[in-house]
Design a protein around this ligand. Sequence first.
Ligand code: HEM
Length: 142
Amino acid sequence: MKDTRYSFEDVKIHNNENSCWVVLANSVYDVTPFLNEHPGGADILLENAGIEVTDQFFEVGHSTKAIMLLGKYKIGELIDEDMEKRRLRRAEKLKRQKEEEEKKNRKIEKILKVIDSTYVQVCCGIALGLTVTVLFHLYSKK
Ligand code: HEM
């Protein structure tokens, strides 16, 4: 049973309390018997039923115990075609995240440059102001 291959289309229809399947990495899990035992509640599993939950699962910070528990509910793996689809989707997502991160960094660098030049300008302004004030006082005393 654990060697059976499924497509995302096969998984998609198991999206309710009578049959609740999820995909984690390249594996398919039938978590229907676990719905009422899930410490995070049945609702969150049902909201994510029939889809890939890898990111959601790891974002919650599940313990090793939770990861070990997965084996009990594994019913198979994705078909090769969907494993490849998944790999491409994740690679694309990573690329987008990297681009966004770089965009954010460029923005921060730009702001820092402006602050830097403003800082220098303000310091020069203050120095010039002080010089003029000192010279003014020196000459007005004569
Ligand atoms: C698919 C199989 C899953 C298993 C076997 C599983 C197992 C567990 C276990 C054992 C816990 C107790 C805390 C721990 O030991 O980490 C837990 C908590 C929790 N799980 Fe899951 N979980 C699964 C899927 C999910 C998914 C897909 C989500 C979210 C989309 C989720 C959300 C949560 C939340 C919110 C908690 C409560 C965390 C807390 O209160 O600290 N779980 N789960």
